[in-house]
Design a protein around this ligand. Structure first.
Ligand SMILES: Cc1cc2nc3c(=O)[nH]c(=O)nc-3n(C[C@H](O)[C@H](O)[C@H](O)COP(=O)(O)OP(=O)(O)OC[C@H]3O[C@@H](n4cnc5c(N)ncnc54)[C@H](O)[C@@H]3O)c2cc1C
Length: 432
């Protein structure tokens, strides 16, 4: 098995319970494995934080039933294996939407809690965990706990990377929406200064903000891109998203993504989006989940896969650190078409190990070219660390234990809540 980036591969013994009453035995058997156990969702984490190579795994995706849904209040309680795809199909026709969504709808509730995921509305809504009221957690000693927001075990489990227990169900407050459409505005930007100015201007007026950046630019051209801001439209129609219609059926040759194609693609993409910039009403699917349109898009980087580097840097250090990061990437000739820049707001994350904190986040994919890529990523780590920032474990397959410890001041408090029957490849790698 592999993470979404496909750069790291290994094997695990996987159990897939289909009924709720099969879960206790599946968890107990998995935890008895010498390599211990880990719950798995839809494996949309990029590196190894969702994988337990050499151990056991409990695939939660068949446990996807809804226990209760109140269409008046928008409170839903469902099995942790329910995907956001499934949740939207149920809730949107009734006027509700998940309060926070990542860039793909193919993640489970359990995965969204365990990484305390964020979306384009972070500056308003905070993280996914901020909307979870209560959850059920099965520990490998057979005990079951139902921590609510504010409880210490809740804080350890939200963003806890599956290491505090197996989440059985999640109770979530959904967001009311009039329909399925967003009023979207695309604004070309020529520099990082433009990004920061537009970002702070849009925080009060727009529920969603994000920028695509051309990572091939250096010097004065750094930060060229397209800033997108959006609000839910009042248009009442509620057509649902459809299944992906395109697919990448085989691995593209690794050389497809190279400095030449990258420059050409980014210039053409920028030109096209600039030409079509302005305001439009669009369905949530292409705006919120653009990559979901192509099934298996992660194969475009070739058989060796790719790494993603996602950091967040505090506000005061962000302008300088983002320029340094983008210059380093531009000079390297590496990087990709997928570069996202976004400002996080100051709503506190409920998890001890939640990634989001106030500041600016940059996420970028790099084709896996072995040692050269790892060296570049280490140079980026050094910039993030010097700026007082941190990396996102959900996107990581290679950060050091020192990097994790430097970015996560609650690491020791988190350790107190670990379930000794659980582990992951990521967790073993970052131990001191
Ligand atoms: C195209 C794309 C875009 C993305 N965009 C964003 C984004 O904008 N923001 C963001 O925050 N993330 C983003 N992500 C990352 C993704 O949201 C997270 O990695 C998410 O946690 C994946 O959920 P999953 O169901 O696939 O879980 P997995 O990847 O399978 O597992 C993730 C973690 O959850 C744990 N877990 C899963 N189920 C349970 C359970 N029932 N009990 C306990 N632990 C469990 C696992 O042990 C693991 O630690 C993106 C990923 C992709 C592929």
């Amino acid at each position: 098995m592999a993470g979404w980036g496909r750069a790291l591969r290994g094997t695990s013994e996987v159990a897939r319970p289909r009924w709720r009453d099969e879960l206790p035995a599946a968890v107990a058997a998995a935890a008895a494995h010498p390599g211990r156990a880990l719950a798995m969702g839809l494996a949309r984490s990029y590196g190894d934080s969702g994988l337990n190579f050499g151990g056991a795994a409990v695939d939660m995706t068949a446990l996807d039933r809804v226990h209760a849904f109140d269409a008046e209040t928008g409170v839903i309680r469902a099995d942790a294996g329910l995907s956001l795809d499934g949740l939207i199909r149920l809730a949107l026709p009734r006027g509700w939407f998940p309060p926070v969504v990542p860039g793909t709808k193919f993640v489970t509730l359990g995965g969204a809690v365990a990484n305390d995921v964020h979306g384009k509305n972070h500056h308003r809504a905070g993280t996914f965990g901020a909307h979870v009221r209560r959850l059920s957690l099965r520990r490998t000693d057979g005990t079951v706990h139902e921590p609510a927001a504010g409880d210490p075990l809740f804080a350890a489990t939200v963003g806890g990377m599956g290491l505090t227990g197996v989440i059985e169900w999640v109770e979530l407050q959904l967001e009311p929406v009039a329909g399925a459409f967003l009023e979207v505005e695309d604004i070309p930007i020529g520099s990082l200064a433009d990004f920061f100015a537009l970002s702070s201007e849009s925080e009060a007026s727009h529920a969603q903000t994000v920028a695509w950046i051309d990572c091939t630019r250096t010097g004065r051209g750094v930060g060229r891109g397209i800033f997108t801001r959006a609000n839910w439209s009042q248009r009442p129609d509620r057509p649902l998203h459809r299944a992906p219609r395109l697919a990448v059926p085989i691995d593209a040759p690794g050389f497809t993504v190279n400095p030449l194609t990258l420059r050409a693609f980014n210039a053409a993409y920028y030109g096209l989006r600039r030409m079509n910039a302005g305001k439009a009403e669009r369905h949530y699917d292409p705006v919120t989940f653009p990559l979901d349109a192509v099934r298996g898009w992660n194969r475009i980087y070739g058989p060796a896969g790719f790494h993603q580097h996602q950091c967040v840097v505090p506000p005061a250090a962000a302008p300088e650190a983002m320029a340094e990061l983008l210059n380093e990437i531009g000079r390297s000739g590496e990087g990709s078409f997928l570069v996202v820049l976004k400002t996080f707001g100051d709503r506190p994350s409920p998890g001890l190990m939640s990634f989001p904190m106030p500041g600016t986040t940059l996420a970028i994919d790099f084709r896996n070219r072995g040692e050269a890529t790892l060296k570049l990523l280490e140079r980026l780590d050094a910039i993030v660390r010097a700026a007082g920032g941190r990396l996102y474990p959900a996107k990581d397959g290679r950060m050091s234990g020192a990097m994790l410890a430097a970015g996560y001041p609650n690491l020791d408090s988190f350790r107190a809540h670990l379930d000794p029957g659980l582990s992951s490849a990521f967790w073993r790698r970052v131990q001191p």
